[in-house]
Each structure stands twice: as structure tokens, then as C-alpha cells.
Ligand binder design. Structure first.
Ligand code: ASP
Ligand code: MG
Length: 468
């Protein structure tokens, strides 16, 4: 749809009646001159609350579950009371109660089973988004703007990987065109839940934590939108995390590749999978701050001319390094292939990998949250080798951090790696592993955890990232 603007509001941008009002006003303002589709996250901290409630249910803790249900209901009813005029609250009030009851029904099932079936969990956790969609759409209606809250389970078709599903673009395109376009064409402002979808046969799924950004880009791609605006609580994509580097600056423009590398390596502004659906259609994305909407934010585009060198540095401490080493060179054959295959099947993302070819020993970095699943899948796939001592016991080092420097302009720039290492060593920080993708777009450096922040500052200074 020509001119369509997709706007996504994150948890903090939906965090209170006041924030919801601001979000709705931002959407309404744009809607005066073009069609707008809104995608929303759950109110801040609600997804964590729901997951925690399910943990209590699964553990058989009825009192804990009830307390969480109360908090859930109170938070949304209070917001609603603040948001809507008294004479317009009734329908939304009923809607909130019925969604909370849906969650309760699912959680009670878990309580009875002492188990949390993946599909029920996905249906339950997406109720956070359904509640926030209901609230903002009720507010828009009360302001005289025709709006409709839509559950993405009826629109976004995914595979059946519960908890971390991937979209199936063609069936999603069909449904979105059939179910969303008529509303948009007749001037209604649809508010679609972020984060969730359903399989082709209707089983509820979610797209992974932080997945609402991804929902927005999926919908933008299948509806051929003109732009996507992602509203968060920071001014855009920055040269570094400003909490670590006070001189960090907002980047006015970055490429899809740069933004994806930064997101993947720990920058929190964008969900790592967000950009993929948009690249082919070259749909630009803006990262904007709903607390300071007058600021321009960062524009993410396919190409930038004349940029040299590194653009930004990211870091994350929530990683672990896993090392595998054969006890003799001969048994190493196919070790890496089998290990990677096992990790792939367990859906574990490898953030960096280095190997030495002779002994076939290698080490790779995973997210801390995926560490135990990674170890389990390796133990299972290589159990014989471990049992017979062909492989040394797996070594895990959690006392590490990952730093990544990204920039299209680093391609072919000689000496950049050397400069980074020198700058980091000057701070007496121990470098444990390094990896550079074949695109030469990112250099990933694994350092001792306690040196991570110093290393980030050293790299930021060395590449003069704060100075445009
Ligand atoms: N509410 C979900 C989460 O907290 C999805 C999102 O916010 O993007 O992970
Ligand atoms: Mg987010």
C-alpha cells in the first residue's frame, strides 16, 4: 500500500496511561496525511510478569499465581481508568477482564498439569500485547479516531517453533492483504499485537523476546509499506552505549547491514531479526524516541555514500565461550560440522567462532541464556566421543564479554584490526578471541569480562566514533 506508515511502540512507550496517550497522538498526527498501522508491545514489564506467573503455575504455587493475576488486572484497569473518560470505559473494562480471564484459564491448566506446554505458553504470554492493543485502540476511538485492535495470531503465519517462531511470508501476505488492507483503505487505524502469530493450522506462537519490532517489519514487508518507525525510549542508534561512553552520539543514518550487526551483537534498540524482511523491498526504518519525538532519530537505509571506517561499537556481557578439543588430531574429523549441526537443530545462535585447523579444536560464543541448551545439545550429539575420551571435557568460560565494531566502511580498510588491538591492549585488557566475518563489516572481540567496558571506551576513542 503506497504511503503506508507502520509504527511500532515498545513497552516503555506503552508503559502508562500518559505514555499510551502520547503514542496514540503520534500515530493520529501522522494519520492525518497517510494511512497508519500501529504495532504494540505489552506494557513495560508485563511480559516478564506473565512468564513469572506461568512459572508459579507450573510449580503448583496457586497463591503466587493469584498474586500475579491480581497485579496484571490492576495495572491494566488502573491505566484504563486514567486513559478513558468515565462514560467510555465500559467496553474496554470488559475486554480487559476477559483477556485476564483467558490468561487465568491457561495458567490454571498449567497449574493442574505441573507443566507448561509450549503452545499454551505462547498463547498466554501474548495476552500482554492483546491488553495493550486493546487499551490504545480504545483510547483512539474515544478521541474520535476509528481504530481496531487486532490479534496478530489471525494475521502473521509462522512455523511451529514455539517461543521463537519464524514467519512464513507468503501466507502472511495473503492474510494481511485480505484482513488488514480493507480497514486501512476505509480509513481505520488498525492496532496489531506485536510479538505473536500462529501456525497455518492456528496454533498460537511467539517470535522470541523483543519480537514486536520483528512483527512490525513483517507487516510492513507484506503490505509494501513506505516506512517503518520504531518508537523506543532512546534517541536512536548510537555510536556506543551512552552509559558506558558519555561521548557517544546518535548516528543520523546507518545501513541495514550495520544496524543488523549492531542489533545482533547486543545493541538493544532493535530486535536482531527485524531488518531481514525489509531489505529486499528497501523499506526504510526510523528508530525514534517517543519521549523526545521532535528529535530526528536514526534512519536505516540500504546504502550510504562516502562513509569510511567504523561506525559504532556494541558490547554484551551476557555471553559464554565454549571450547571443544579432541584429545588427538585424528578424531577431529567432522567434529566442527557435527557440533554446529547439533547447535543449529537446538536453535542456538553462535555469535562468534574461531578454530585452529590442525587439531580441529575450536571455540565459539553463545548467549548466556542459551548456554545450558547448547551444552545439552553438544553432550547429546557427541556422547560417544565424550564417553570414550576422544574429546576432552567441554570447557566453558563465562567470565568473558563480547565487543563488536561495525561499519560498512571497514571493508578493505587496512590496519583497522591492528589499531583496535593496540587500543585495547593499552588498557591492559586481555583479548581472548577475535573473529571477523567474511563481509568485513564487523570485528568481534572477546575479552575478559572485567575489561569489557574499558575496551569499549578505548575502541570508541581510537575510531573517533563520537566525532562526525
Ligand atoms: N513483549 C515482548 C517482550 O517483552 C515483545 C516485545 O516487547 O517486543 O519480549
Ligand atoms: Mg523492544
Amino acid at each position: 500500500m503506497e504511503n503506508l506508515l507502520v509504527m511500532k511502540f515498545g513497552g516503555t512507550s506503552m508503559g502508562s496511561a500518559e505514555r499510551i496517550r502520547t503514542a496514540a497522538d503520534l500515530a493520529a498526527r501522522e494519520k492525518q496525511h497517510r494511512p497508519v498501522l500501529v504495532v504494540v508491545s505489552a506494557m513495560s514489564k508485563v511480559t516478564d510478569l506473565l512468564l513469572d506467573a506461568m512459572r508459579h503455575a507450573e510449580a503448583g504455587d496457586r497463591a503466587g499465581l493469584d498474586a500475579h493475576l491480581q497485579t496484571l488486572q490492576d495495572r491494566h484497569l488502573e491505566t484504563l481508568r486514567e486513559l478513558l473518560p468515565a462514560d467510555k470505559q465500559e467496553a474496554a473494562h470488559g475486554g480487559v477482564l476477559s483477556l485476564v480471564a483467558d490468561f487465568q484459564r491457561l495458567a490454571q491448566g498449567m497449574l493442574m498439569l505441573n507443566e507448561r506446554p509450549a503452545r499454551a505458553a505462547d498463547e498466554a504470554v501474548s495476552i500482554g500485547e492483546r491488553l495493550s492493543a486493546l487499551l490504545i485502540s480504545a483510547y483512539l476511538e474515544s478521541e474520535g479516531i476509528r481504530s481496531l485492535a487486532i490479534n496478530a495470531a489471525t494475521v502473521i503465519v509462522t512455523d511451529a517453533l514455539f517461543g521463537n517462531a519464524s514467519p512464513l511470508m507468503e501466507p502472511t501476505r495473503e492474510k494481511a492483504r485480505r484482513d488488514l488492507l480493507p480497514w486501512l483503505e476505509s480509513g481505520v487505524l488498525p492496532v496489531v499485537t506485536g510479538f505473536n502469530g500462529a501456525t497455518a493450522d492456528g496454533r498460537p506462537t511467539t517470535l522470541g523476546r523483543g519480537g514486536s519490532d520483528f512483527s512490525a517489519s513483517i507487516l510492513a514487508a507484506v503490505l509494501d509499506a513506505a516506512e517503518v518507525w520504531i518508537w523506543t525510549d532512546v534517541d536512536g542508534i548510537m555510536t556506543a552505549d551512552p552509559r558506558l561512553v558519555p561521548e557517544a552520539k546518535v548516528l543520523p543514518e546507518v545501513t541495514y547491514n550495520e544496524a543488523a550487526e549492531l542489533a545482533y551483537n547486543g545493541a538493544k534498540v532493535l530486535h536482531p531479526r527485524t531488518l531481514a524482511p525489509l531489505i529486499e523491498r528497501e523499506i526504510p526504518v526510523w528508530s525514534k524516541n517517543s519521549f523526545a519525538p521532535e528529535k530526528p532519530g536514526t534512519k536505516i537505509v540500504s546504502h550510504l555514500n562516502g562513509r569510511r571506517g567504523a561506525r559504532a561499537v556494541t558490547s554484551t556481557a551476557s555471553v559464554a565461550l565454549i571450547a571443544l578439543e579432541p584429545s588427538a588430531a585424528v578424531v577431529g574429523a567432522r567434529l566442527m560440522a557435527r557440533a554446529l549441526d547439533a547447535l543449529g537443530r537446538a536453535n542456538i545462535e553462535i555469535l562468534a567462532l574461531t578454530s585452529s585447523s590442525f587439531r580441529q579444536s575450536f571455540c565459539f560464543l553463545v548467549r548466556q541464556g542459551e548456554l545450558s541448551a547448547a551444552l545439552e545439545s553438544l553432550e547429546a550429539a557427541l556422547s560417544l566421543e565424550f564417553a570414550h575420551g576422544y574429546l576432552k571435557p567441554v570447557e566453558v568460560d563465562e567470565d568473558v564479554g563480547l565487543l563488536a565494531v561495525a561499519g560498512e566502511g571497514m571493508r578493505g580498510e587496512t590496519g583497522i584490526a591492528g589499531r583496535l588491538f593496540t587500543a585495547i591492549s593499552r588498557e591492559q585488557v586481555n583479548i581472548i578471541a577475535i573473529a571477523q566475518g567474511s563481509s568485513e563489516l564487523t570485528i568481534s572481540i572477546v575479552v575478559r569480562r572485567d575489561g569489557l567496558e574499558k575496551a569499549v571506551r578505548a575502541v570508541h576513542g581510537e575510531c573517533r566514533l563520537g566525532e562526525e
